[in-house]
Write a protein that binds this ligand. Structure first.
Ligand code: XCC
Ligand code: SF4
Length: 628
């Protein structure tokens, strides 16, 4: 038995994680931690970003010690290779978020054509707001006519015809001027990703600075483009999130109910499953099978989407996904795309769980593929829920293990909801920041990564920040980690410094606000833009920061880059594969400050990361003359 199997408290801070890892060992289920250990030691060239397999003259690698080759076969040096690899990570991340956005725009277009039963315009108000952003003729138009026009305008955002994305106009003017001046204004969502793939082909852009700048443009096409479209269209279709009570951790699975988990990112599938799970006929069938109900829960970001809008409980974050199946209590897991480990199907074979993949672009081993299209989504959702209910009989009670009680939490803090909590304008927040009761705000975002003890990075950093009167907005797996730690309850204000505590108690909000899924990092951008506009400054002047303490995915790279490119200093807990080029490292951690008004830092220790962030926030306060 390998070393790590003896002490699971070294792998995860969570009780449910530790107990289920024990059961996984007992059931002989292999987990991500075990496979991660088997990968050690990692390849040093790859870790430093110094290996290149872009063309068939390679693969090539550069010797960081200067004894072996300093150039690939084509002549590319360390700077070029590192910048190209990083650029391709941004491209993949931006593509993932933006393609998710496109899928929502397609549903919006189909709703307008009456071809998507089971979907509707959930927020006509938001539809009209967005139509305004796009300068569409609103007067006298029905919701469906407007939806058609908006979908068309958004489709244009993906293409080649525009000189700049329309959505980008929501950024403060000084930012727009800066992007224009630097030549990083995003033009088309797909265009920037496509151009990145072109530039990084052998023999195209071999200027590492220009490659990095295009990385900025590509990431901006995600943050202020594809991701923002994903968020806004989700709000239009499914409603704008409002503060909602919910529950989190594996305790949300119910021993006496049919448990269905939705996993992935796109609410297009999970929203219809939510409808089907409350179908009276299916509930009656569940009762007939001896279950007390149908319990739908989420995982990762599609879970965050449902939690934000409907208070659907959350089973866990990225590193918990295999362990949810090890409970033996899951009748069906329905996945769409992104962050779905290819191991899940094989884990499920140890239990009775049915595994269903639903996206034409995401297939998985040992899963049944049942493709969702807007035209048939509701019928298919009903069929799947019915099959899950029927599967309840096959559950083996001896294999069921649900050892923890769920933790209560609040989610649903869209920008609209935050402003509403503040009485309609950002002024009270600005006053609290000016008065120093709130020193600043930080977006704690991103994934889990077995390189960092599960949830430790998120939770410790967040605690250090709120203790020091820094408001935390979180998304994605970070948000789930903080929720499990009990930080998303109004009572958690007790853990905050005196100023933040006072504000939270006055407003009845937690000190850590759940802003949504990873595409909803765009909500943080929009809020930062609104604060900057209200103060008449650029985003880079604000006492704000971002952190991705446990990031793993290419999407997180794109997020980090668009945060920094928007003027938000960002601390990563995991080193990206760039240390092979001190030039690229220098640009990202120092040089960008002069160019874009923000930089990256890398600091795995959450206590030290908190110190870096606090120093940054205090510096920005001083520059704004707030504590004079
Ligand atoms: Fe995936 Fe979004 Fe990362 Fe979590 S935070 S591991 S990207 S589920 Ni998006
Ligand atoms: Fe090697 Fe250059 Fe080809 Fe990369 S692009 S694999 S460095 S020859």
């Amino acid at each position: 038995m390998s070393q790590f199997k003896k002490d699971f408290s070294k792998l995860t801070t969570t009780k449910d994680g530790q107990l289920l890892l024990e059961k996984a060992a007992h059931d002989q289920v292999e987990t991500v931690w075990e496979r991660f250990e088997a990968q050690q030691p990692h390849c040093g060239f790859c870790e430093m970003g110094l290996s290149c397999r872009i063309c068939a003259m390679g693969p090539c690698r550069i010797d960081p010690f200067g004894e072996g080759p300093s150039r690939g076969a084509c002549g590319a040096d360390a700077d070029i290779i590192v910048a190209r690899n990083l650029g391709r990570m941004v491209a993949a991340g931006a593509a993932a978020h933006s393609d998710h956005g496109r899928d929502l725009v397609e549903v919006l277009a189909k709703v307008a054509q009456g071809k998507a039963p089971g979907y509707k315009i959930g927020s006509p108000e938001k539809l009209r707001t967005l139509a305004g952003v796009y300068g569409l003729e609103i007067e006298g138009k029905s919701d469906t006519e407007l939806a058609a026009d908006l979908a068309h305008a958004m489709e244009e955002e993906y293409g080649t015809r525009q000189e700049r994305l329309t959505m980008v106009n929501r950024a403060p003017d000084p930012r727009l001027e800066l992007w224009e001046k630097l030549g990083v204004m995003p033009r088309g969502v797909d265009r920037e990703t496509s151009e990145m793939m072109h530039r990084t082909h052998m023999g195209v852009d071999n200027d590492w600075v220009r490659l990095c700048l295009h990385g900025v443009r590509n990431a901006l096409s995600d943050g202020w483009g594809g991701s923002l479209i994903a968020t806004e269209v989700s709000d239009i279709l499914f409603g704008v999130p409002k503060p909602t009570k919910s529950q989190v951790n594996l305790g949300v699975l119910k021993e006496d109910q049919v448990n269905i988990i939705v996993h992935g990112h796109n609410p297009v599938v999970s929203e219809t499953i939510t409808l089907a799970a409350s179908d009276p006929d299916l509930l009656a069938l569940a009762e007939q099978k001896g279950a007390k109900g149908i319990n739908l829960v989420g995982l990762c970001c599609t879970g965050n989407e449902l939690l934000m809008r409907h208070g659907i409980p959350m089973a866990g974050n990225h590193l918990m996904s295999e362990l949810t199946l090890v409970t033996g209590a899951v009748e069906m897991m329905i996945v769409d795309y992104q962050c779905i480990m290819p191991s899940l199907g094989s884990v499920a074979t140890c239990y009775h769980t049915k595994m269903i993949s639903t996206s034409d672009k995401a297939g998985f081993p040992q899963m049944e593929h049942r493709e969702f299209h807007p035209e048939i989504a509701l019928d298919l959702a009903r069929e799947l829920v019915k099959e899950a209910v029927e599967n309840y009989e096959l559950r083996n009670p001896d294999k069921v293990y649900l050892p923890v009680e769920p933790v209560e939490m609040y989610g649903g803090f869209s920008v609209e909801a935050i402003l509403e909590a503040l009485g309609g304008t950002p002024t009270p927040l600005i006053e609290a920041i000016k008065a120093g009761k709130i020193r600043g705000a930080v977006g704690v975002v991103g994934c889990n990564n077995p390189k960092i003890k599960h949830d430790l990075g998120h939770v410790e950093l967040t605690k250090r920040l709120i203790e020091n009167d820094i408001l935390v907005l979180d998304t994605g797996c970070a948000a789930v980690a903080n929720a499990k730690a009990g930080l998303k309850l109004p009572e958690a204000a007790e853990l905050a410094g005196p100023g933040l505590k006072e504000i939270c108690q006055a407003l009845g909000i937690p000190p850590v606000l759940h802003v949504g899924s990873c595409v909803d990092n765009s909500r943080i951008l929009v809020l930062a833009g609104a604060l900057a506009d209200a103060l008449g400054v650029d985003i880079s002047a604000l006492p704000l920061a971002g952190a991705a303490p446990e990031w793993y995915s290419e999407k997180a790279v794109s997020i980090g880059v668009y945060f920094v490119a928007s003027g938000v200093y960002t601390v990563l807990g995991v080193m990206p594969p760039i240390t092979g080029s001190m030039n690229v490292v220098g640009l990202l951690t120092k040089g960008l400050d002069d160019v874009i008004g923000a930089t990256f830092d890398v600091e795995p220790d959450p206590d030290k990361a908190a110190l870096l962030i606090r120093a940054h926030i205090e510096k920005k306060r001083k520059e704004l003359g707030l504590d004079a």
